[in-house]
Design a protein around this ligand. Structure first.
Ligand SMILES: [Zn+2]
Length: 470
């Protein structure tokens, strides 16, 4: 009896501890476009990372490790954070995530459960988006998910999947239709589930029966099963911050109006009224909800609940994944050091081998990996030379007089962004002698690595100077 009491006290205290550490749930936003929905035929995964407090952006080029059997990958790192990092590996598999709080309170885990390992495993092992889903499934089923819930977004140059995980061992994944675009705030996006359709769904076989057993779904009362309705924490569905951002993005994609405050009714994915390009993605990620303004409580333009880009957005990334080029060139991520409304997106190719100066606080990614959680305090003080602080300082300067300064800042950054899009074409043309277009294999790997490294480094040399306010 005494032992049982101790065990249950331990269990309660670990749940309380977990709650205290919980990532704030009104954060992050993503848009995913299938390859037939984009202007260039790429799969696009666009994502805003929103977090509280001061965070330090690092981006590492992690080399392949033959002995460990791990891939080469780009690692967008925020030290100390278990659910903020994004990755792009040598197979062109990208992963990011959105917090989606679940209703589940039972903590069914083995060895403490999994969290950060989910994304690192995708980076290190996945050879396709579909393979990534299988890897996530395996980890969740074997060890259980220790946080409340989340949607992992995985994409390659052929397809994208969303993998929704619930505290414990329940999960479901759905393929994003090739001709559709989806927007994901911080509630589960998957609605109807058809596990018999294995080309488009995967998931726990007892998804529906478990929801019935827990009283989260009643077929007579609720009609058709909706994963979003059954498994989402009601607070996430009732959050105006969530549903306003969702209908804002859907409106930007389709031009249609969606009923306010009815998140259960919004579609999993939509057909946009045009093909979606990088510029469209930037506009959505940078949106302050201007298109749903009348529905939004008035607050500073960068802070109100309709803002997809908000004052705590610490990074925005657009993965552009193209299957007609060698992956080293075809898969890249356009990324910002801060809020997408005021910062340019700079390209990083998956074939790069070294990061520009200022993006790696340690000499080796290995050391960064080992100290990801243990060395994450006083980072501005301890690593003062990092590029990260230039983005932070720029933002601090901007909000001293946001209304007075944003106009010019926006104009300048939009001009630069257009220039960057244009130079992408010419730059990629210059890479043609370095690969065989038929086999999509690189013929001069070291030369290619150097060129890709040099390109991104040069862009940052100019860019960081342009946002310098001191
Ligand atoms: Zn903004």
């Amino acid at each position: 009896m005494k032992r049982l009491l101790i065990i249950s006290l331990l269990a309660i205290s670990s749940i309380l501890q977990l709650n205290a550490q919980e990532h704030p749930y009104m954060n992050c936003f993503a848009v995913i476009a299938g390859k037939d929905a984009t202007t260039d035929g790429s799969v696009m995964l666009a994502h805003n990372e929103d977090d509280s407090g001061e965070q330090m952006l690092n981006i590492y080029n992690v080399p392949r490790n033959e002995a460990a059997g791990t891939n080469k990958y780009l690692w967008i790192e925020f030290p100390g954070m278990a659910v903020a990092d994004a990755f792009l590996n040598e197979y062109g598999v990208a992963v990011a995530s959105d917090a989606c709080k679940s209703r589940e309170e039972r903590l069914d885990v083995t060895d403490g459960g999994v969290l950060y390992e989910l994304r690192t495993t995708v980076a290190q092992k996945a050879r396709s988006a579909r393979h990534a889903v299988d890897l996530l499934k395996k980890l969740v089923e074997e060890r259980g998910y220790k946080d409340s819930g989340r949607t992992y977004l995985v994409a390659d140059s052929n397809e994208a999947w969303v993998f929704a995980v619930v505290r414990g061992r329940h999960w479901v994944a759905q393929r994003v239709p090739d001709d559709c675009v989806m927007a994901i705030p911080n509630y589960y996006s998957i609605t109807e589930v058809n596990l018999a359709d294995t080309a488009n769904f995967k998931g726990s076989p007892d998804l529906v029966t478990y929801a019935i057993e827990r009283g989260w779904y009643n077929p007579e009362r609720d009609g058709k099963f909706s994963f979003r309705k059954a498994y989402s924490a009601p607070s996430t569905l009732n959050s105006d911050r969530n549903y306003i951002r969702h209908i804002s993005a859907l409106n930007l994609l389709t031009g249609k109006d969606y009923p306010i405050a009815e998140p259960a009714s919004y579609p999993f994915a939509v057909k946009a009224d045009r093909k979606i390009g990088l510029q469209d993605m930037i506009e959505i990620l940078s949106s302050h909800g201007e298109n749903v303004e009348q529905k939004v409580k008035s607050k500073a333009p960068q802070q109100h609940n309709g803002c997809i880009c908000i004052d705590r957005t610490i990074n925005a990334s657009i993965f552009q994944l193209r299957n007609w080029l060698p992956t080293e060139i075809g898969a890249l991520v356009w990324t910002t050091g801060g809020r997408p409304c005021c910062e340019a997106f700079i390209p990083w190719y998956s074939g790069m081998t070294a990061s520009p100066q200022g993006f790696t606080r340690f000499a080796t990614p290995q050391e960064a990996f080992e100290k990801h959680f243990s060395d994450a305090k006083e980072m501005r003080l301890n690593y003062p030379d990092a590029a990260a602080w230039k983005f932070v300082t720029f933002w601090e300067w901007l909000i001293e007089d946001y209304d007075g300064r944003i106009g010019d800042v926006k104009k300048r950054k939009e001009k630069l962004q257009q220039k960057l899009f244009k130079s992408q074409e010419a730059f990629e043309r210059s890479l043609k002698p370095l690969y065989n277009a038929d086999t999509k294999s690189i013929t001069k790997p070291s030369e290619l690595g150097e060129k890709l490294n040099g390109y991104t480094a040069k862009l940052y040399r100019k860019y960081l100077k342009s946002i310098s306010v001191k």
